[in-house]
Design a protein around this ligand. Structure first.
Ligand code: NAD
Length: 497
């Protein structure tokens, strides 16, 4: 069986580790490849290659970097369907969703193509007589990225295009669950003309991650994954003197007020709750209905859920694919059982789903649980699957209080036709990404993406303007060209004249 190689110094390199993981096809349940769980020595090799490449890449002209990124943009666009298919085969999400993922990643590449505008500094003339001061942003050096399984193409693209555009070299440790797509993009970067060693991939698990966190040559770490690991990455990386941004998990609430357009809200809730089988960090997992909104909304949602087609992601009629592993599928199904036991009403039970001819696939149908409350595991935990809970409240203020009491604060949405309520929501809500009649408010590439509270550890959000700040260090120069009029020893504190 094929073992996926690492990508070091511009070429595929077979790992010599004995430790390997299985890469499944979630739609069939079969192991299709093996992924190496790389050794410390292999991580060191990738870092050494990035360090060496950094010596010249940091001096590469803006024009050179821009051309390579434009060429990469063209290549990703050309191979979009191939990347998406690879993604469906290992992640399970339906092909159209995989295409959407690649497209959203590509938008960050397009943003990075504007690096010559983005990296402009500032200048102040005559800060003192005949003295100018200016600032510039310079690369951090060698940067590491550690990414989750749920967006194996897009989330790495939130990181490396900008890091490379800023003059850094990169070592990526992708998810070990669906790693192939990363090697495909590494090949495209090489084809685009990226010099050897600027982009490296080491596959692996905690062993590889820990080495990246402690290696003195790594200057910054971008992480996206679950909250406990994000916290660990932030604490360990910063303790080792690194700049760290660590994006964590989520429990995204969508408020539906009684005046909302209920057809729009039902379409949005079903799409955002069950798209990608709920395995999105911006998935809606709690519907917070106010007043009698639930009575109007839930029948419309149940109609739509009944019509959903769950199946193999490569079948064009499928709208929702399987979950990532059997273990995860069983864990998610366990939340439906615990919710029922804790007093929730199971309006739709996804555990009964059978996909014809796919008995071994990791499928679970969409579930809808009503009367879910804080204190129940199905409310408190991030489920990361196709289970949508409904929490009923009497007032808008109670709905807001629920969101504020939650430790996560990644995304949230409100559905209403009341502009005043929407304005209050956008102003007061303590969450990083907010949708108004938009269920999945993922910022465009030219804004930045990030949650608050336990959904992000660090100061800066990812990609967009914050990405440029994260991957660069600011330098300020104060310069004077010697002029005989200003000679002479002066021990006084320099004053602006
Ligand atoms: P995960 O935290 O299990 O894994 C993420 C990465 O960390 C992987 O590369 C993995 O190999 C590594 N890792 C896992 N355990 C580790 C350990 N003990 N020590 C060091 N490294 C370790 O996350 P996942 O299951 O791959 O992805 C799903 C999670 O990611 C969900 O919680 C989801 O909300 C979150 N997510 C968040 C965002 C966001 O932008 N906030 C985006 C996508 C996914």
């Amino acid at each position: 069986m094929e073992t996926i190689p690492n990508w070091i110094n511009g070429r595929a390199v077979d790992s010599n580790t004995d430790r390997k993981g299985d890469v499944f096809n979630p739609a069939t349940g079969e192991v299709q490849k093996r992924v190496p769980l790389s050794t410390v020595a292999e991580v060191d090799q990738a870092i050494a290659s990035a360090e060496k490449a950094s010596e010249s890449w940091r001096h590469a002209s803006l024009a050179t970097r821009t051309r390579i990124l434009f060429a990469f943009r063209e290549l990703v666009n050309k191979h979009k369907d191939e990347i998406a298919k690879q993604l469906t085969l290992e992640h399970g999400k339906v092909f159209s969703d995989a295409q959407g993922e690649v497209q959203r990643g590509l938008e960050v590449v397009e943003f990075a193509c504007g690096l010559s505008q983005l990296l402009k500094g500032e200048i102040s003339e005559n800060v003192s007589t005949e003295v100018d001061s200016y600032s510039m942003r310079q690369p951090v050096g060698v940067v590491a990225g550690i990414t989750p399984f749920n967006f194996p193409a897009m989330v790495p693209m939130w990181m490396y295009p900008l890091a490379i555009a800023c003059g850094n070299t990169f070592v990526l440790k992708p998810s070990e669950r669906d790693p192939s797509v990363t090697n495909l993009t590494a090949e495209l970067l090489a084809k685009a003309g990226l010099p050897e060693g600027v982009f490296n991939v080491v596959h692996g698990d905690k062993v590889a991650v820990d080495r990246l966190l402690e290696h003195p040559a790594i200057g910054a770490v971008s992480f996206v994954g679950s909250t406990p690991i994000a916290k660990y990455i932030y604490e360990t990386g910063t303790k080792n003197g690194k700049r760290v941004q660590a994006l964590g998990g989520a429990k995204n609430h969508m408020i539906v007020l009684p005046d909302a357009d209920m057809d729009l809200a039902a379409d949005a809730a079903v799409g955002a709750g069950y798209g990608s089988a709920g395995e999105r960090c911006m998935a809606i997992s709690v519907l917070v209905t106010v007043g009698n909104a639930a009575d109007k909304l839930l029948p419309k949602m149940m109609e739509r859920i009944a019509a959903l087609k769950v199946g193999n992601g490569l079948d064009p009629s499928s709208q929702m694919g399987p979950l990532i592993t059997r273990q995860h599928r069983d864990k998610v199904a366990g939340y439906v059982a615990s919710g029922q036991k804790d007093g929730a009403d199971v309006l739709v039970d996804g555990r009964t789903l059978k996909v014809a001819g796919r008995d071994n696939g990791f499928f679970l149908g969409p579930s809808l649980l009503d009367k879910v409350k804080p204190g129940m595991a199905c409310y408190d935990d991030e489920i990361f699957g196709p289970v949508l809970g409904v929490t009923r409240t009497d007032t808008f203020d109670q709905a807001l209080a629920l969101i504020h009491a939650n430790p996560y604060a990644n995304g949230t949405a409100i559905f209403t036709n009341d502009g005043g309520a929407a304005r209050k929501f956008q102003h007061e809500i303590q969450v990083g990404m907010v949708g108004i009649n938009v269920p999945i408010p993922v910022p465009m590439a030219y804004y930045s993406f990030g949650g608050w509270k336990q959904s992000l550890f660090g100061d800066l959000h990812i990609y967009g303007p914050d990405g440029i700040r994260f991957y660069t260090r600011n330098k300020v120069v104060i310069g004077r060209w010697p002029d005989p009029r200003f000679r002479g020893v002066d021990l006084g504190f320099p004053q602006n004249k």
